[in-house]
Design a protein around this ligand. Structure first.
Ligand SMILES: NC(=O)N[C@@H](CC(=O)O)C(=O)O
Ligand SMILES: [Zn+2]
Ligand SMILES: [Zn+2]
Length: 435
């Protein structure tokens, strides 16, 4: 395997620039900048000029929709892996709402193998909690956990495990497997026909509302169920200020709960609904500006543990149509880091150490990945990302690696450019600078 020398990067954006030598997939040396004599360079090493760049552990996404099997017209494991690598990710968790549903060992092993074949990012399949996401019968969590795919996260995402008895059983079962149940918190009785956040905007436009209480009531319920079961709960795509309050309460009393927020809920609000453009339709819906503000604070304070993309590719015909007929979801893998830079770093809420925590270390811990989100130190696996903190780029859906192009950031200029991503020492994505 070719060695890689990263010259002049600043780990976590801190201290003096240094040189990082990657050999056999691990970090072999970390030296003060320019200290490594050229004579010491292993023959044929790939050199990355990283002056001015920030070096972080490779990003980890707990919540990605890769659409394979079933909707390969919108994304495949290969195309989604390319998008992930370009976005700075070295590991992603692929949600189970595929067709067929990933509710058994056969499907999760298939996804895991396809991810290995693509070889750009570690693709960890999420297993469904219930058979066919039907919400009625528990899937065979144990078999999926014991399979070659080694499933550690289970979720019916796209649907809420709304029956409290099923959710209770899933949580209780999960404790013996040491896995986590990730909930899409949406009380279905409160969101029948819902199209947008229940509030002034939706009322003005005549959209049936998706109330904050539909999310908050499920999160509160599940925190209580998890606490009684002694189980681990993960809350997907937290979207309201009230949910952050519930999480703070539950964590304060020792509940084993973690939570994620999406980049779009940190940046975008229901102000956007006025455009009638379904590119803004997503589940849970874009909320109010005070919600977005509260989510940023909760992420900075650790009440929300991490950022997850909820990357949700959709075909043109499912997005370029009237609002009510459009499918919810938006692309996220290649824009996530930039949105976090815009909302959290440029605002002074997080430093780069904090970015590493919320986009790499915490998601790796929650998902049970021992080789990701590791310190940048000798002997550690070389899962790394180099970011140009000062550069900007313009988002063009057609230029993203995903097959679908449904980005709400079309034409926007965003700060922070992923210059290179390394998976076990191999460069999986690079934007110039490599010689
Ligand atoms: N977020 C979305 O709006 N859509 C997701 C499902 C989900 O995450 O709930 C999808 O699979 O398209
Ligand atoms: Zn969801
Ligand atoms: Zn999702």
């Amino acid at each position: 395997m070719t060695d890689v020398l990263i010259r002049g990067a600043r780990p976590y954006g801190e201290g003096e620039p240094c040189d990082v030598l990657v050999s056999d997939g691990v970090i072999a040396r970390v030296l003060a900048g320019g200290e490594l004599p050229d004579g010491d360079l292993p023959g044929g090493a790939e050199v990355i000029d990283a002056a001015g760049l920030v070096l972080l552990p490779g990003l980890v996404d707990l919540h990605t929709h890769l659409r394979e099997p079933g909707r390969e017209d919108t994304e495949t494991i290969a195309s989604g892996s390319r998008a992930a690598a370009r976005g700075g990710y070295t590991a992603v968790f692929a949600m189970a709402n595929t067709d067929p549903v990933a509710d058994n060992a056969l499907v999760v092993e298939h996804v895991w193998r396809r991810g290995r074949e693509a070889g750009l990012v570690d693709v960890h399949p999420v297993g469904a909690v219930t058979v066919g996401l039907g919400g009625e019968r528990l899937a065979e969590l144990g078999t999926m956990a014991a399979s070659a795919a080694n499933v550690r996260v289970f979720s019916d995402d796209g649907k809420c495990v709304h029956d409290p008895l099923i959710m209770r059983r899933a949580l209780e079962y999960s404790t013996s497997l040491d896995v986590v149940i990730a909930q899409h918190a949406e009380e279905p009785r409160l969101t029948v026909g819902a199209q947008a956040h229940e509030g002034e905007q939706a009322a003005r436009l005549g959209y049936p509302g998706w109330p904050a209480s539909a999310e908050e009531s499920i999160v509160a319920r599940d925190c209580i169920l998890a606490a009684h079961a002694g189980a681990r709960l993960h809350v997907c795509h937290v979207s309201t200020a009230g949910t952050a309050e519930v999480l703070a309460w539950a964590k304060g009393r020792g509940t084993r709960v973690s939570a994620e927020v999406t980049p779009h809920h940190l940046l975008l609000t229901d102000e956007r609904l006025g455009s009638y453009d379904p590119v803004n339709k997503v589940n849970p819906p874009l909320r109010t500006a005070p919600d977005a503000e509260a989510l940023r604070t909760a992420l900075a304070e650790g009440v929300i543990d991490c950022v997850a993309t909820d990357h949700a590719p959709h075909a043109v015909q499912d997005k370029d149509c009237e609002w009510a007929a459009a499918k919810p979801g938006m692309l996220g893998l290649q824009t996530a880091l930039s949105i976090v830079v815009a909302t959290m770093v440029r605002t002074g809420l997080l430093d780069w150490r904090g970015v590493a925590r919320v986009m790499s270390e915490r998601p790796a811990e929650i998902g049970g990945l021992p080789d990701h989100g590791r310190p940048i130190a000798v002997g550690e696996p070389a899962n790394l990302v180099l970011v140009d903190p000062d550069a900007e780029w313009t988002v063009r859906g057609g230029e993203l690696a995903s097959i679908a192009g449904n980005t709400p950031y079309e034409g926007m200029r965003l700060p922070g450019v992923v210059t290179a991503t390394l998976l076990r020492g191999r460069v999986t994505a690079a934007a110039g600078r490599i010689g």
